[in-house]
Design a binder for this molecule. Sequence first.
Ligand code: FES
Length: 157
Amino acid sequence: EQLPLQVTINGTVQNVSIEPRVTLLDLLREQLHLTGTKKGCDHGQCGACTVHVDGQRVNACLTLAMTTEGSNVTTIEGLATNDHGATARLHPMQEAFIKHDGFQCGYCTPGQIMSAVACIREGHADSPEEVREYMSGNICRCGAYANIVEAIMEVKQ
Ligand code: FES
């Protein structure tokens, strides 16, 4: 059975019809084709699917899409200022990841960046140790951790 869902994603109101068992991750990737949010483990272990729901970071794979009714969801696609004009620009955290080589293969990067933005917004970036603790749910198989912490500490300044 499909149920109606209205949710704002990256500033655009979406009206969709979904089965109640569908996760936010599958709604984003398979129905809305927002494939920037990655599926790593699909059970809350890797952080690749991290997005913001009403400003709070969540694992999209553990979130039933229906629970986002009326919410504002932000994905990696919504982070940059993109008006397709001269003022389009990356989010400062995206710039910092590039500057500090905060990725190698890049698969975990969207989730890392969404967590990194939340880390500063929630006030957990006062020291590298605090950043490492907050970011510990985001796994990077390439081992870019040191560079990711550097990027976050730079944006925090
Ligand atoms: Fe959601 Fe791994 S895909 S935590």
